[in-house]
Design a protein around this ligand. Structure first.
Ligand code: TYD
Ligand code: MG
Length: 479
């Protein structure tokens, strides 16, 4: 079979060139040209091996008014993992494509094997109709491990007798043929970076291969109605290896987060066409696989025997869930060029907050190293973390612990103002539920009337960063 003529397409502006160039002639961006297959204008049947399978693909030329099109509810199948279903928006959607990214060893293969097993056994429907549960046909395509290794993991998970079908294969065309033949309801591709299409000359894992393979698998999902879960690796800087276009192609993008040293794992929905983005699921890695943590709000708190300086409890919001996370700061005498380092929090924002602290509250850290850390490997992206970060820094600088049982949240602006955070009351309720005694919050987030849910929680509403620091001093003075 003759190879298709390669075409190099700029990932930034879309310009194409018949040969590879270091710099795109159209938009002058460097290293953006990527090999793709030039689609022949009219593909004769049999010429392209894949065209036969997708012959039924030609889109209908019937244009209808929106009003005439019936909106269909999406059918979802729960995966048997309530936390996974939560980020998926209720379960696996027929014809949907999910991309799961995460560091190596974080638990992607483990979770998906558990989910496939539950789907295949039909153990995922609610107890009431378990008699009718038949289970779905699934296929686990592994490109990274041999069948024996997958079996070993299954044994470890207590799924030794699992009915899940496993295919150890990395060639896209063979996988597509198998998919078309077996028509599984859910197929897992572990991982997309190991696949290659023989239509392309570039190596597996290259941008061109990843994109091409994902495109074909997506097309299979859309035409057959089977769901596809693609496992993707992330690079050192936390991006999915492969082009951004992968994220655009799929319906749902999930990221695994968490520290491989701790047992907790978060899955975050970055994008979801079938549910809410930003939603998180929380798991614990146990000796027998991942277990959902249904009430996770307190897992990121460190129990300190005595209050320690530089620690502040933040009430953050992950998706629709309030989570209490300990923010730690260490301010220490620095060298000639002091360092600012943050783990789990935005570093640019840290520099900005230090400037605000200096300018508006007169607290200087200019010659100090400043380190901040969100405990437990969570990544906090929301600006509502600002106030807790500043309080932790201030506490470390003074070498004085914050008052016991204090939580804080609120965005701090460049003018030193403390801005309200979304869903303040839910955050306060969670803090009260977990027995916290005081909350330093933006004034606009403090309820006008006392609420029964917030009993036992003393509120300290503030409008400016200076007020927040003064409130801490008042609390200390009051003992
Ligand atoms: P894995 O699912 O292979 O990660 P990924 O596919 O994301 O690379 O997870 C492997 C890690 O999880 C490994 O370090 C061992 C650990 N693990 C457990 O702690 N308990 C278990 O039951 C299993 C199967 C793995
Ligand atoms: Mg794996």
């Amino acid at each position: 079979m003759a190879k298709e003529r390669p075409l190099y397409v700029c990932q930034t502006c879309g310009a194409s060139s018949p040969r590879w160039l270091g710099r795109c002639p159209a938009c002058t961006a460097w290293n953006t040209l990527v090999e793709t297959v030039a689609e022949p204008a009219t593909s004769a049947p049999g010429k392209n091996r894949l065209s036969g399978a997708f012959a039924a693909l030609t889109p209908s030329d019937q244009v209808r008014r929106l009003a005439e099109i019936e909106a269909e509810d999406i059918a979802r199948t729960p995966t048997g993992q309530a936390e996974l279903d939560r980020v998926l928006g209720g379960g696996i959607v027929a014809g949907g494509v999910v991309l799961i990214g995460g560091d190596p060893g974080i638990g992607k293969s483990t979770l998906l094997l558990q989910a496939l097993d539950a789907l295949e056994r039909g153990a995922t429907t609610s107890v009431a109709d378990v008699s009718e549960a038949t289970g779905l046909a699934t296929l686990y395509v592994t490109g990274e491990e041999s069948g024996a290794q997958v079996a070993l993991r299954a044994r470890r998970l207590g799924l030794a007798g699992s009915p899940v079908a496993v295919l150890a294969e990395i060639q896209l065309e063979k996988i597509l043929t198998t998919l078309t033949e077996r028509q599984p309801a859910v197929a897992v591709i572990d991982s997309i970076q190991t696949l290659y299409s023989d239509q392309l000359t570039s190596a597996p894992g290259s941008v061109a291969q990843v994109r091409e393979c994902a495109a074909h698998l997506t097309r299979w999902a859309k035409t057959s109605g089977g769901a596809v879960v693609l496992v993707g690796h992330v690079t050192k800087d936390g991006q999915l290896a492969g082009p951004r276009v992968l994220e655009h192609m799929v319906d749902t993008v999930l990221y695994f987060e968490g520290d491989t040293h701790s047992s907790f794992r978060l899955i975050r929905a970055i994008k979801n066409r079938f549910g809410a983005a930003g939603e998180i699921g929380v798991f614990a890695m146990t000796e027998r696989g991942l277990k959902g943590v249904s009430n996770p709000s307190a897992i990121f708190l460190t129990p300190h025997a005595q209050p320690v300086p530089g620690s502040c409890v933040l009430v953050t919001l992950e998706g629709t869930r309030p989570l209490l996370v300990e923010v730690q700061a260490l301010v220490d005498a620095g060298g000639p060029s002091p360092r600012r380092l943050s783990v789990g929090l935005d570093r640019e924002r840290l520099a900005m907050l230090l400037a605000v602290l200096h300018r508006h509250a007169g607290v200087a850290c200019g010659d100090q190293d400043v380190f901040v850390n969100a405990v437990g490997g969570v990544r906090i992206g929301e600006p509502a973390a600002d106030l807790a970060v500043l309080l932790a820094i201030h506490s470390s600088l003074r070498g004085k612990p914050l008052p016991k049982g204090l939580v804080a949240f609120g965005e701090v602006g460049l003018a030193g103002e403390v801005r309200p955070a979304p869903r303040g009351q839910e955050r306060l309720k969670e803090a009260a539920k977990l027995g916290f005694a005081a909350a330093l919050v933006p004034k606009a987030n403090a309820p006008k009337r006392p609420l029964r849910d917030l009993e036992g929680l003393t509120l300290y509403p503030v409008e400016r960063i200076e007020q927040a620091l003064a409130a801490v001093r008042d609390m200390e003075a009051a003992g």
